[in-house]
Design a protein around this ligand. Sequence first.
Ligand SMILES: Nc1nc2c(ncn2[C@@H]2O[C@H](COP(=O)(O)OP(=O)(O)OP(=O)(O)O)[C@@H](O)[C@H]2O)c(=O)[nH]1
Ligand SMILES: [Mg+2]
Length: 316
Amino acid sequence: MGLNSTPSSERIHIAFFGKRNAGKSSLVNAVTGQNISVVSEIKGTTTDPVYKSMELLPAGPVMIIDTPGFDDSGYLGEMRIKKAGQVLRKTDIAVLVVSSEEGLSDEDRTIKSLLESKKIPYITVYSKSDLTGTPIPELNPANEIQVSSSSGHNITELKTMIAALADRDKNERKILGDIISPSDIAVLVVPVDEAAPKGRLILPQQMVIREILDKKAVPVITQPETFSQVISCLIQKPRIVITDSQAFGEISARTPEDIPLTSFSILMANYKGVLRQAVSGLKAIDRLKNGDRILISEGCTHHRQCGDIGLSLIHI
Ligand SMILES: Nc1nc2c(ncn2[C@@H]2O[C@H](COP(=O)(O)OP(=O)(O)OP(=O)(O)O)[C@@H](O)[C@H]2O)c(=O)[nH]1
Ligand SMILES: [Mg+2]
């Protein structure tokens, strides 16, 4: 990854869904201006999601995803639908591609209600406008548009619509939310131990520092050993202390009662929208009885180390 590149998880994910042959891949190629997806008149051409990162101003870095058609049948069809479903889980903004010739189908309506129930903002694109004589009447200019990937009709307008939605989505997604105001001090506890990656900070730490600076507030960064020294030196009371989870107990004991304390993991869980679920999981611990079986799983790709959260839990 280059110094200036944005990690994939931080790019706004824009996925193109639709029935087979709706024109998804042609549209992805038209929007990205590149031939990244295979196009053919054979239904079911795209069998695996295709990813392409690009800049979409004013939103910035985004990830464009082409998906297999979701109206497929048979074993391979089920696999394709499953893959489209997996993409849906990481989709921030959806583009529902519907052929202008065929119009909205029951499958398209199912996808629409799924997107609405998951609160994923979406645009309905009627493709292949060059094949129909008259434009579709009464389209909602906010989230519906008719385009042609072949002639380029309305492709720039579609990009503008997607970028506007993506920009709105980006501005709504903040790791610190409204916790920090200008001139506030936030004390960040960042242990540099064997678990820390060499020569850099991990993503939640980078995101928090950047957001504090964006807010014109002041990040004060320390390791656990120097935490008390930092707290006693500060004339202005910190607005918040944010610690690495592994030092939580130690830092909690040394943080004055009137200063709120949280961890990078808690902020990240909130940012990813899973905090409520995690808290309800925690409450289940109170209901555990002797002999209950507990599954502990850590979804991380790094190799196991002593002191990993999963391993610490096993020792409880
Ligand atoms: N005339 C015309 N044909 C188009 C347009 N967009 C796509 N097509 C044609 O429609 C067919 C299907 O296009 P694809 O882009 O492969 O459709 P898809 O939705 O990706 O299909 P699957 O990968 O099979 O799910 C191809 O023959 C394209 O050439 C368009 O804007 N105008
Ligand atoms: Mg395709």
